[in-house]
Design a protein around this ligand. Sequence first.
Ligand code: FES
Ligand code: FES
Length: 146
Amino acid sequence: MNGRAYRVEEDPDTPLLWVIRETLRLTGTKFGCLKGICGTCTVLVDGEPLRSCITPISSVLGKEVTTVEGIPEDHPVKSAWKEVGVPQCGYCQSGQIVTAYALIEKNPNPSEEEIVSHMNGNLCRCGTYPRILRAVKRASELRRKR
Ligand code: FES
Ligand code: FES
C-alpha cells in the first residue's frame, strides 16, 4: 500500500475499502454507494483503477495498491486540481484524482473524448465535471513539460 508492505488479519472477504479506512486509517478514500457504482472509493491496484468497496482483500494479496495519499503532492494531477480549484464539497474528489492519475500516467496526452470516457464512471453530485475536464487537460500539459 503506497509503497509499504502491510500484514492484515481481516477475513479474506473484507472489502479493501474497510481495510484502507478502518485498519490502515487512510481516510482519504471515501465510501459512497458501496455497490461499485459511484467511484468515490477508487484506488489503483497495480496501476488500474478499482472500486475498493467491492474488492475483497484476498484479491489484492501481494499487489501494489495506491490511494490518494500515495500520489505525490507535486504530481501534475494534484497540482492541476489545486490550480483549477476543482472541488465543491470534496467528497468524490479522491476517487476523481486517483482515476485521473491512472489516465495521465498511461496516456500523458489524452483527447477530450478519452478523458470523458475514462472519467465517466466517477460521479460527482456537485456537478464539478467541467472543472474536472479542465484539470485533467491541465495535468496533461504539466505532465508533458516534466
Ligand atoms: S463506494 Fe465504491 S463505487 Fe461507490
Ligand atoms: S465535489 Fe461534491 S460530490 Fe463531487
